[in-house]
Design a protein around this ligand. Structure first.
Ligand SMILES: [Zn+2]
Length: 808
């Protein structure tokens, strides 16, 4: 339900101008369209057969209207929508039969960009990495035994200064590190020629990734520069190493000297993600704690099921009453031809074995219908199973005999993945975790198959905790912020994606009725899209981009907040000090905010942010996207930066909109990288660059309430190689977004955005006809607008210039 804003927690950008937004955009919920029962006749009955795997396939669309129609079909779209001169290319996640259904509706399909075999390769790659690390550990141990050397080896010993602090960072590998949880103690000298121990000691602790021991590591402040260190392992091995000076890095880098990063070495399952945050909280008890969220998920579990028969009319679906792992998987059913005339239908149950003897007529032919067999099973084996005809069919077809068939939940994860309702966890980071500091919330993996975003969450948590001791800016962040990081919002679906069905998007909960796809053949289509189950501008409020079909990729659930995963995010957002959030998805390299939903076909949007708020979104974007770009020069483009409903498509009931409209949180959404499960080298690079961006959001949050300085900007005009043209660049006094016009009109937030991600790297060069009039303004990361300009097109005091070479 769209509730009025209760209490104004939003931090208004410190800008005087709060202009009215065009009235057509301000729709009251009461006037919203209610979807008709048949989804306005647009829903395609997509049937994801269980033996079909899904691929990511291009859908070629003429325009936004066609995109809206595609979204309204409820098809499973990924987050990549490319606007080209020829039209729009969207990415659909479809099985061959779903692709055929789309083609039958007249949609044009293009290239297949991701296939099931790609996921299998990713899993194989992850397993190979884990195996290689384990083999490395064994080889390391074996080589030490062979050479009769110490069982501990110092890998790095780096000394550096940070502000007035002196830091020693040590990494060492211990042969027992895989099996023993002991920390290692580092003994320091106090300079050349001094005794070991004279400089004091520090402990370093295990770094375990994807269940495999990597090495021990840790950094501590020291009072004097050590020359040598020594480690004596608990098993008596001794290693000594020379301390090296760590090179300084450029002064404008937001990461101070010795800044540590790169803490992930392979994809992590939800179980591993939660283990990791527990390890981190245990290692940094003064800075972090794990919070168990109040609602457990339904769990990585299903009823054991089978569908007997081949045609819809003679199929009988059988489900265990117990969960598969709690006895359901032991149940079996056989359908027997009695081999004699005029026999009645009968069911016998021996333990968990059900035997159905089918009825015959006077000539010995089988006569039991599917409806009769289902009724007989319910009457005689109803204490362990329920049976029903297939997807609402009358079941008038005669059932054939069938060999004994085991019911199964079909779940393939190892027993180490719990089948119980799953507790969900967030790690809360900060020196003062009592609600007294400004709160920031990051959460990942609402969509199960998006394996990179959780790594961004973990990497960011580790950067914050491991740099606190020696990086002044990180210390400032943790002393002044209250940071919540939830690495997996959809752990059941996440496990299912890793172990059973790589392209799983939704959670695992079956809301399909017995007359729909509740049977064994529908299991890969079950589940609620957790990012469509929230309370603002939802399907239930009449907004577009979510489906009422239980098998749709964007199924909104039976009601708002029906799902425990979504209740947990709502609970997190209720912490009144939280002012900023980041919803981490993949893929497409987008950076987005509200509104995220509109109605169709009239495209009435949820309310736009005010100009002051939009100032803040844009200004902060320039900083966050610049931080992302620093890693490998990947620029999130202006075309992929902005409100969700402008740059992607309508997504009714998404979490970003709930956080913004219901709780007044500045809520962003990342779409990380290029695909759901890229090869590891790419996944690693994406993790590093978007962690840069997420850490920068923490800095934005910290700076937000202290920055009241308005940005200043200027124009630089130089000669062009093209006759009659000149090259123009903008300069800004601090990271800020610049919007400009070339037609003499007053600039607004709809005007051209100048090189939003390129401030630190130097902005783009715009080549213009000599004499072009240029009007512009800049806005910084705190939402301060240059000259206090009112950016609605009615203000006058924007910057003005001409594309004219300065006279020398
Ligand atoms: Zn997603």
């Amino acid at each position: 339900m769209r509730m009025p804003n209760s209490g104004d927690r939003r931090w208004r950008a410190p800008v005087v101008a709060v202009a009215a937004v065009s009235a057509v955009l301000l729709v009251s919920p009461a006037s919203a369209v209610t979807p008709t029962a048949d989804g306005a006749g647009q829903n395609i009955e997509l049937n994801r057969l269980p033996d079909e795997e899904a691929s990511v396939v291009e859908v070629l669309l003429a325009d936004s209207a066609e995109l809206d129609k595609l979204v309204a079909t409820g098809v499973d779209l990924d987050h990549d929508v490319t606007r080209t001169e020829e039209g729009i290319v969207a990415h659909a996640v479809v099985t061959p039969s779903e692709a055929a259904a789309l083609r039958a509706r007249g949609y044009r399909l293009g290239e297949t960009v991701f296939q099931p075999s790609d996921s299998a390769e990713r899993v194989a790659e992850r397993e190979a990495t884990i195996a290689a690390h384990k083999a490395e550990n064994q080889a390391f141990t074996a080589s030490l035994v062979a050479s009769d050397a110490s069982d501990v080896k110092i890998i790095r010993a780096d000394y550096y200064t940070s502000g007035t602090d002196q830091i020693l960072s040590v990494e060492a590998k211990w042969a027992q590190g895989q099996t023993s949880t002991n920390a290692l103690t580092v003994v320091r000298d106090s300079g050349p020629g001094t005794a070991l121990g004279s400089g004091g000691t520090q402990n370093i602790s295990r770094f375990v990734d994807a269940g495999v021991y990597m090495y021990h590591r840790g950094a501590s402040t020291v009072t004097t520069r050590p020359d040598r260190i020594q480690i004596t392992s608990p098993t008596g091995g001794v290693a000594v190493a020379q301390v090296k000076e760590w090179l300084p890095i450029p002064a404008d880098d937001p990461e101070g000297p010795g800044y540590q990063k790169d803490f992930v070495s392979s994809y992590l399952t939800p179980t591993e993600l939660y283990d990791r945050v527990h390890q981190l909280a245990a290692e940094f008890p003064g800075l972090a704690e794990v919070v168990e969220l109040p609602y457990k998920t339904n769990g990585y579990r299903r009823k054991a099921q089978a569908v007997l028969g081949a045609a819809n009319a003679n199929r009988v679906a059988v489900d265990s009453l117990a969960w598969g792992h709690e006895g359901g998987n032991d149940i079996s059913v056989e359908l027997v031809n009695p081999g004699a005339a005029s026999r009645p239908l009968s069911v016998t149950v021996t333990g968990k074995d059900i035997r159905v003897s089918l009825a015959t007529n006077a000539s010995g032919a089988l006569t039991s219908t599917a409806a009769q067999v289902a009724a007989a099973l319910n009457a005689n084996a109803g204490s362990i199973v329920r049976a029903y005809t297939y997807r609402g069919d009358a079941g008038a077809g005669v059932v054939a005999a069938a060999a004994r068939t085991g019911l199964t939940d079909g779940l393939k994860a190892p027993a180490s993945v719990s089948r119980d309702p799953q507790p969900m966890y967030a790690i809360r980071i900060g020196k003062h975790r009592d609600g007294s500091r400004m709160g920031v919330l990051a959460y990942a993996q609402e969509h199960a198959r998006e394996w990179v975003p959780p790594l961004v969450a973990i990497e960011t948590a580790e950067r914050l905790l491991r740099n606190y001791g020696h990086d002044g800016r990180t210390k400032q962040l943790l002393n002044n912020l209250d940071i919540w990081i939830a690495p997996s919002i959809n752990p059941d679906g996440g496990h299912y994606s890793f172990y059973d069905y790589a392209s799983q998007r939704k959670n695992m909960t079956n809301h399909c009725p017995l007359t729909d796809a509740a049977d064994a053949l529908g299991r890969n289509s079950w589940g609620v899209d957790n990012n469509r189950n929230y309370t603002e501008y939802s399907l239930f409020d009449g907004y577009s981009g979510a489906s009422s079909s239980c098998t749709s990729g964007t199924y909104a659930g039976p009601s708002e907040l029906s799902e425990p995963e979504d209740k947990n995010l709502d609970w997190l957002a209720q912490h009144k000090n939280i002012k900023f959030s980041m919803n981490l998805h993949s893929s497409g390299n987008y950076f987005m905010w509200s509104p995220g939903a509109y109605t169709t076909p009239d495209r009435i949007s949820a309310p736009r942010p005010t100009l002051a708020e939009e100032s803040f979104f844009w200004g902060a974007s320039s900083r966050i996207l610049t931080a992302i770009k620093r890693h490998r020069n990947m620029a999130v483009t202006p075309a992929r930066t902005g409100p969700i409903s402008d740059v992607l498509y309508s997504a009714a009931g998404n979490s970003g909109d709930m956080l913004w409209y219901k709780y007044g949180i500045y809520a962003w959404n990342f779409e990380v990288g290029t695909s759901f499960q890229p090869a590891w080298n790419e996944a690693h690079a994406e993790t590093m660059e978007f962690s840069n961006g997420l850490v920068e959001l923490m800095r934005v949050a910290r700076d937000f309430d202290t920055d009241h300085q308005r940005p200043k900007s200027g124009l630089s005009v130089t000669a062009s190689n093209t006759p009659g043209m000149v090259d123009v660049t903008f300069t800004v006094s601090e990271p800020a977004a610049v919007f400009y016009t070339l037609d003499g009109s007053a600039p607004t937030y709809s005007s051209t955005l100048y090189a939003s991600a390129g401030v630190r790297e130097g902005g783009e060069t715009v080549t213009l006809p000599a004499g072009t009039k240029i009007h512009w303004f800049s806005v910084d990361a705190a939402g301060n607008v240059e000259n206090n300009y009112r950016a609605d097109g009615t203000g006058k005091n924007y910057q003005k210039g001409s594309a004219v070479l300065p006279t020398s």
